[in-house]
Write a protein that binds this ligand. Structure first.
Ligand code: COA
Length: 153
């Protein structure tokens, strides 16, 4: 049992697989609500080749995940999705997942998209060295614009 002054249990970043489908689905719903992917897309991200999939595990619970795609012809990696359980945020888990995914993608540049209103993600990406390169107008179903960011490694 954790006392009030016990240190938080360590978080381990590990490869994810189809066996993590239900835990990651739960996390996606918590993190994205109406924007959560259909389960078939999550299953695809957990099984397709040229995809990096990682999970953050604490005390045997999956508390974070990240998916990245390799677009080898364009020498570009894309961060497709990242989420951290609300109770585990601001502990560096998102940053750790992002760096690990970039390393495994192994591409000279990495891109991603985010909602214009997603300040937490914007700050995470800025702090990690991403810069804004484009806006995709009305990209999301509710009409919000997407910001496109890029990191050159
Ligand atoms: C975005 C998200 C993945 C960040 O995960 P996290 O584990 O909390 O991030 P970290 O603790 O690694 O934060 C790293 C840095 O990002 C910035 N940051 C992260 N969350 C922030 C917040 N809520 N407000 C301001 N800055 C924030 C800070 O600079 C932070 O460094 P610091 O804590 O030393 O100041 C998490 O908030 C989340 O799952 N959000 C919902 C899903 C989502 O929006 N995903 C991104 C879609 S594009």
């Amino acid at each position: 049992m954790q006392g009030p002054h016990s240190p938080a249990p360590p978080v381990d970043v590990q490869p994810a697989s189809w066996r993590d489908l239900s835990s990651i689905r739960e996390l996606e719903k918590l993190c994205f609500g109406r924007d959560a992917w259909p389960w078939i897309d999550t299953l695809a991200a957990l099984t397709f080749p040229q995809t990096v999939r990682l999970k953050a595990v604490s005390d045997e619970f999956v508390v974070g995940f990240i998916f990245g795609d390799q677009r080898r012809l364009k020498r570009t990696g894309w961060i497709a999705s990242i989420g951290v359980h609300p109770d585990y945020r601001r502990r560096g888990i998102g940053r750790t997942l992002l760096v690990a995914c970039e390393d495994l993608l192994g591409m000279p540049r990495v891109r991603l998209s985010l909602r214009g209103s997603n300040d937490a993600a914007l700050r995470l990406y800025q702090q990690a060295g991403y810069v804004r390169i484009d806006t995709w107008k009305r990209y999301y179903r509710d009409g919000e614009d997407a910001i496109i960011m890029e990191k050159v490694r």
